[in-house]
Design a protein around this ligand. Sequence first.
Ligand code: SAM
Length: 234
Amino acid sequence: MRFDIITCLPRLLDSPFSHSILKRAIDKGLTEVHVHDLRDYSPSKHRQTDDYPYGGGAGMVMMIEPIHRIISKLKEERPYDAVVYMTPDGLTLNQKMANSYSLLKNIIILCGHYKGVDERVREKYITHEVSIGDYVLSGGELAAAVFADAIIRLIPGVLSDETSALTDSFQDDLLSPPVYTRPAEFIGMKVPEVLLSGHEKNIELWRMEQALERTKSRRPDLYDKQHVAKPNIS
Ligand code: SAM
């Protein structure tokens, strides 16, 4: 799976893809992440990518021409399944969306800055608009990194068995159960007995109960979905 991320601040994306699971996924050839400096596609000699808003008001707006140039160039090189604009007024990212995006092959991600992009970019080039939550960041780079991370960890082979994404929160609309590691007792705090028992069935049952309990108390909205989804077997 290939990501082409368009930004006017490419250095902001150096770190997220240079460590841990995402780096290993890239090193193993399970994903490719290409970061493009939008300024390289500016027609102006000062590499300008933004300008004053028509109608006045605070903040700058990202111009259409550099974005047109880079997206057209990328599309000439290969087909894309999605051209995503990171934006606070997009569809709020959730696990199901990440699951669906993880099935795609080539994705362009456009990071906004300042007041955002000229609306004509959204009309002409953008196929999907994604928000990472109801708050406003300074730029789309951190949002793009969050979006790509949520997707890349779902690509088969990226996570080892022990950290399988299938047991993470939100798969099946459940939060994860609590986890423990050594020591079995620390300043009087003990690991639940069942996890030390070696009894696989009981451990599985305990984890399911804990996941349901945690979902019920922390995310009643998700817990209610469980009730709707589960057949009444009594
Ligand atoms: N004027 C815009 C608004 O109020 O919707 C906010 C622009 S914001 C300062 C600059 C850029 O950061 C946006 O174009 C977008 O790419 C990115 N951004 C900010 N918050 C985001 C969020 N919650 N999710 C995704 N991207 C976000």
